[in-house]
Design a protein around this ligand. Structure first.
Ligand SMILES: [Zn+2]
Length: 479
């Protein structure tokens, strides 16, 4: 055990609180995972990286951490995707689960200890819905089972939304079978072609989205557990509903003790959207840059703050890591240095970075600590230098960086740069420039600016001159 305490901002209570596990021998963490029907974008990657970091910090502090993160493989968006592509649902979900896991592995995200699939936990969901009906917190209507929001006076406590905001925020139009507009679906009928289903006491149907996380977190972590994570956009209604379901099914006041949410990601100052064309997929980004570079860029802002993803930011992260690896080339056996996170508990050398991370995962400060350590490393000699390299590798293991062989780094970065140049679509760039010229001529400066940003997101810089607009690839190693 350690004396060091971890403080985390808890959405319950809306303040920073000292984290004390329910059972110090095993800390339970549940993180809402992806809905698998397409490629993950950089906004989807942020919670994966943030909670991977949190789990790493917990693994330094506590002997055992059980990290559970689900896969939503039953959802109306998946059913729609199957209808559009003609592929079976299971083919789509298996394919995108694999792609998601491969993409996150590139970002240095360790696989969760348990990655439960919703479709493999329908009996647990049916049992929980049965308990909600029995306890008077749910009702049947027209083949649906609905959660009765007025039956749970604490509803709104997590998100801080009042009743008007709860109704305004409801995901679907108010259906006629709802007794109260805030009520939400626990079970719905599968009565149309192409809709998958399961037999239940309420007929052939499928679960609503929220119930899966209540059922799966209970199965693997118990009725009350330590930390529940996810993106801030999930706070309402998803997390509010999870909490309502679990507290009411279990007749318990508590569900997750800590609710931790990461902030949004924008791209070049704009919200990611298909219509703007600035949705950046991890799959594509990882072709043109090392996953570790993308990870460092994701950690460059504090996790609760919004993160503005820019091609310049990626280049800066790459330049930092290249500088660090260059320095580490001096250490002949760096690649062979083994790091065991649990073994770092008593290591005084990691205290600066750990202190920053234990202060609500303050990654900007932790990265600054790393920079100052490298300054000292540059001046150190001999055995002292080697000892510092060990510390650096340990700190890197906590942050999820600096685990490559320094001698191979420059070559790998070079290959990624070459791939970016090879993949450049000059026709597309010229079309975009022509569209921007037209937009400016029509005085549609908002459109012109969004075209510039879309190009910038791909690392393409525009230069306007008297003889027209030219472009160049954003210079790398420009930090
Ligand atoms: Zn969830």
């Amino acid at each position: 055990m350690t004396d060091r305490q971890l403080s985390l901002y808890n959405a319950l209570g809306r303040n920073k609180q000292v984290f004390t596990p329910l059972n110090k021998d095993c800390v339970g963490v549940y993180v809402c995972g992806p809905t698998v029907y397409n490629y993950a974008h950089i906004g989807n990657a942020r919670p994966a990286v943030v909670f991977d970091l949190l789990v790493r910090v917990l693994r330094v502090l506590y002997p055992r951490v059980l990290h559970v993160s689900n896969i939503t493989d039953i959802d109306d968006k998946i059913i729609d995707a199957a209808a559009q592509t003609g592929e079976p649902i299971a083919t789509i979900t298996r394919k995108y689960t694999d792609i998601y896991n491969q993409d996150m592995a590139k970002l240095g995200v360790a696989a969760p200890d348990v990655q439960p699939l919703a479709t493999e936990h329908v009996p647990e969901m049916i049992a929980m819905i049965g308990d909600l009906l029995k306890n008077g917190h749910a009702y049947e209507a027209e083949g649906h089972v609905l959660f009765s929001v007025p039956s749970f006076p604490a509803y709104g406590r997590l998100s801080g939304r009042n009743r008007d905001e709860q109704i305004a925020g409801a995901r679907v139009d108010v259906a006629p079978y709802k007794k109260d507009p805030a009520d939400f679906v626990l079970w719905k009928p599968s009565d149309k072609e192409g809709q998958p289903g399961w037999n239940s006491p309420w007929g052939y149907g499928r679960p609503g989205w929220h119930i899966e996380c209540s059922a799966m977190s209970e199965k693997y972590l118990g009725k009350v557990f330590d930390i529940h994570g996810g993106g801030v956009d999930l706070t309402f209604p998803h997390h509010e509903n999870e909490q309502a379901q679990s507290c009411c099914a279990n007749q318990s006041e508590d569900f997750a003790k800590f609710w931790v949410h990461n902030g949004f990601v924008t791209v070049e100052g704009e919200k990611m959207s298909k219509s703007i064309g600035n949705v950046l997929l991890v799959h594509d980004l990882a072709k043109n840059a090392m996953g570790e570079v993308l990870r460092l860029n994701l950690l460059s802002a504090h996790y609760r703050q919004p993160l503005d993803w820019t091609a310049k930011g990626v280049n800066a992260a790459e330049a930092v890591l290249s500088k660090f690896y260059k320095q580490l080339e001096e250490i002949e056996d760096y690649a062979a240095i083994a790091v065991d996170l649990a073994g770092l508990r008593a290591d005084a050398g990691v205290q600066g970075v750990m202190e920053a991370l234990c202060d609500d995962l303050n990654t900007p400060r932790a990265i600054a600590e790393l920079h100052s350590l490298f300054k000292d490393f540059a001046a150190a000699q001999g055995a002292q230098k080697h000892a510092m390299a060990k510390q650096i590798k340990a700190l890197g293991a906590i942050l999820g960086v600096l685990q490559h062989d320094p001698k191979e780094w420059a070559q790998k970065v070079g290959a990624a740069q070459a791939a970016q140049i090879a993949a450049l679509d000059e026709d597309w760039i010229n079309t975009m420039i022509a569209r921007r010229v037209d937009a400016r001529a029509a005085k549609d400066f908002a459109l012109a600016d969004s075209i510039r940003k879309e190009l910038a997101a791909q690392g393409v810089e525009l230069h306007d001159g008297p003889d027209g607009t030219h472009w160049s690839l954003l210079a790398r190693n420009s930090a």
